[in-house]
Every structure is written in structure tokens, then in C-alpha cells.
Design a protein around this ligand. Structure first.
Ligand code: PGA
Length: 244
């Protein structure tokens, strides 16, 4: 897996007009870019950002999607409509959704199914919180978080998924995970994926990634890409991360 994948998660940080402005500055910054750079704006900005990214090297992603295809599901967004907007990636089970919106592993497996049915690449987010880290329970927590999705995938012969390892205590805190420790967790994840019959599972790191620490996670044998929150709100700083 040589080509790295860089995903910008704008969360709910930008108003629609700020998202348009930022997307335009991304287009300038990434004019000659050859790799995989994905931007996930909030739902309200997806349509305008999709238009701005048309015929550029930048790819569109979503921060979530409905676990249902279409119907009476107030407030939900269908994978069908994300695909029509040209979304190529979708974040599934970001820790903020798992904790603030009580998303369960079963629900996340259904969301993965919806994404795959529309050929949108699901990026399943996993990671331990500070208390779990203190107890040295990283591997057990991640195993439990992956179980539902991996069972679903192996039972349905599905072989494609991306996983983002995002320690919760590292998200938005400025305290990135020690790269060597993160790599140990990456290897645990890879082992679990292999056991579930998944062959090539790109594994990304996320949690206080900056232009200064990005390269530490992308060493040979390291992560296959990065999921970036705060430092992705600015085209120049995300551009620097992508050049790491
Ligand atoms: P952060 O967020 O880079 O601001 O820590 C990462 C994420 O939540 O995906």
C-alpha cells in the first residue's frame, strides 16, 4: 500500500460560507496534487463543496450516513444521495458520534453496508479513551469496537474497509499518540482484520496530527494515511501534512 490517504474532517467547525471559502483555497493548494486527499465537510456544505471540487484532484467525503437506504427517517442522509454528490469516502463511528450520539457497533455495521452498496469507501473509526489507556486496555477496546463490523464483513464476503485508529484522548487535545505505540495498535488491528479475512485494509492514524508530527506516523511500515481534524481547516496546513 504505497499511496497514502489523507482525510480532512471539518466536523461542524465551518459555516456554509466558510466551507465554500475553505474549499476554494484547498483547490488552489491542491491544483497539481497527485495522491488521495479527501475532504469531509458537514452535510449542509456537501453540495457546494462537491461543485467546487469537480474536475480537481480533491475527493469528497461525508462525516456520517444513514443506516437506512431511503424512507421515513427524519434528519437522516441517504448513501444514495451522498453517492449522487460524488462522495467517495464516509467516516463511520467517529468517537464523537459514538459518545455524544450513542452509536452502537450494530448500527455502524449497517452504515458500512449502506456505504459499500453505493461504492463509498467506509472509514471505520476506533480508539480507546483516557481511562482505558491508563488501564492498558487499548487492544481489548479496539477488538470490541471492530467485532461488529468485521463479523458483518466476513459473513457477507465483503473485503473492503478502511480503519482509522483515533485514540479519543488524542483528538483535539494537542497530545498526539506516541507513533511507536500507535504502530503497535495498528498491528493489532491488522491482525484482527486478517483473521476476519480482510486482506488489504488501509489503516489511518488520527488525533492531533499536525504538519510537525505527520511524518512520524508515515514512516515505512507505518500508517497508510492520516485523518486530520483541527489542522485540516486550513489549506496550507493540510497541504503541509500531505507533503510529509
Ligand atoms: P484532531 O481531530 O486532528 O483535531 O485531533 C481528529 C479527528 O477527530 O478526526
Amino acid at each position: 500500500m504505497s499511496q497514502k490517504i489523507f482525510i480532512a474532517n471539518w466536523k461542524m467547525q465551518l459555516s456554509p460560507s466558510e466551507a465554500i471559502k475553505t474549499a476554494k483555497s484547498f483547490v488552489k493548494q491542491f491544483k497539481t496534487f497527485k495522491g488521495t486527499a479527501v475532504v469531509c465537510p458537514d452535510f449542509l456544505s456537501l453540495t457546494s463543496v462537491s461543485k467546487i471540487f469537480k474536475d480537481t484532484p480533491l475527493l469528497l467525503g461525508a462525516q456520517d450516513l444513514a443506516a437506512f437506504e431511503r424512507g421515513a427517517y427524519t434528519g437522516e442522509i441517504s448513501a444514495l444521495d451522498l453517492a449522487a454528490l460524488n462522495a467517495k469516502y464516509v467516516l463511520i463511528g467517529h468517537s464523537e458520534r459514538r459518545s455524544y450520539l450513542q452509536e452502537t457497533d450494530k448500527l455502524l455495521a449497517a452504515k458500512i453496508r449502506m456505504a459499500l452498496a453505493q461504492k463509498i469507501k467506509p472509514v471505520l473509526c476506533v480508539g480507546e479513551n483516557a481511562a482505558e489507556k491508563k488501564q492498558g486496555r487499548e487492544a481489548a477496546v479496539i477488538k470490541a469496537q471492530l467485532k461488529g463490523a468485521l463479523n458483518y464483513l466476513s459473513n457477507n464476503g465483503v473485503r473492503s474497509l478502511l480503519i482509522a485508529y483515533e485514540p479519543i484522548w488524542a483528538i483535539g487535545t494537542g497530545l498526539n499518540c506516541n507513533p511507536e505505540k500507535a504502530l503497535n495498535v495498528k498491528n493489532t488491528i491488522l491482525e484482527l482484520c486478517k483473521r476476519a479475512g480482510l486482506k488489504k485494509t488501509p489503516i489511518l492514524y488520527g488525533g492531533s496530527v499536525t504538519a510537525e508530527n505527520a511524518a512520524d506516523f508515515l514512516v515505512p511500515g507505518g500508517f497508510d494515511g492520516l485523518l486530520v481534524g483541527g489542522a485540516s481547516l486550513n489549506a496550507k496546513s493540510f497541504g503541509k501534512i500531505v507533503k510529509s
